[in-house]
Design a protein around this ligand. Structure first.
Ligand SMILES: Cc1cc2nc3c(=O)[nH]c(=O)nc-3n(C[C@H](O)[C@H](O)[C@H](O)COP(=O)(O)OP(=O)(O)OC[C@H]3O[C@@H](n4cnc5c(N)ncnc54)[C@H](O)[C@@H]3O)c2cc1C
Length: 206
């Protein structure tokens, strides 16, 4: 049973209230759910867990925030297993996945990293470069900027560090047979007409 020292269950519950995202926490990548959605979900879970004589609510709240797999709603810690410097400012980082699991990312999907610099919590998006079905690990390739906030945090990483990620987000889902026909262009066109014809509107999509 989780209890605040001398404060009882109610005080322990209040101490676990989720904090609203700071302005720097949004990575700007259009994530679904974004940090604000995750905050709203955490707030709802926290409200539901208010003790009503049943301490099991605390355990439920605790378990919900301790996922061992990557998920879009909450951050999961992954162990950094190797660091390889590829250029002056670019590094490849490998993270361990529990068991022999894989991230199962599809084309163009990214994941979001949480970091803290000078007491400010920040989040940035990165696109793993390992195959989506790679088992037991995933790789990210990161260019570190001299004045970049997350870059400063990333440059402190060393093998064995625990790093927090959530996702996946975005991507380009492939749906077969969505293109019905391609416009066939005449062999010769005046220059302005050729430019207009090569614009995306010359595609016929469903
Ligand atoms: C969907 C998506 C996927 C991405 N995938 C990758 C990836 O796989 N790998 C990767 O390396 N990046 C990726 N990025 C970019 C990444 O999310 C970050 O934007 C990048 O790492 C820089 O973050 P930062 O916090 O270090 O820099 P920030 O602090 O956000 O700064 C951004 C830029 O501004 C400059 N800057 C900051 N402060 C100052 C200042 N005071 N004066 C002058 N200049 C300043 C920095 O040098 C830097 O060039 C991705 C972005 C998106 C949206």
């Amino acid at each position: 049973v989780l209890q605040a020292p001398g404060g009882g269950e109610e005080a322990a519950w209040l101490a676990r209230a989720p904090r609203p995202p700071a302005p720097g926490q949004c990575c700007g990548g259009g994530c679904r759910p974004c940090v604000h959605d995750s905050y709203a979900a955490a707030l709802a879970r926290w409200r539901r867990a208010r003790p009503a004589g049943n301490a099991d609510n605390y355990l439920l709240l605790f378990l919900q925030s301790n996922n061992s797999e990557l998920n879009p709603d909450s951050f999961t810690a992954f162990s950094l297993s190797s660091v390889e410097q590829l250029t002056e400012d670019t590094y490849q980082y490998r993270f361990e996945l529990p068991g022999n699991s894989s991230l199962r990312l599809s084309l163009g999907q990214h994941i979001v990293l949480r970091g803290e610099v000078n007491g400010l919590e920040i989040q940035r998006a990165y696109t793993p470069i390992s195959p989506g079905n790679a088992e037991g690990y995933f790789d990210v390739l990161i260019k570190c900027y001299e004045a970049g906030l997350m870059s400063q945090y990333i440059k402190t990483w060393k093998k064995g560090d625990m790093v927090f990620w959530r996702g996946p987000f975005g991507g380009f889902p492939y749906q077969p047979n969505k293109v019905r026909a391609w416009t066939r262009l005449p062999q010769t066109l005046p220059a302005p007409a050729a430019a207009a014809a090569s614009a995306p509107s010359s595609l016929h999509l469903d």
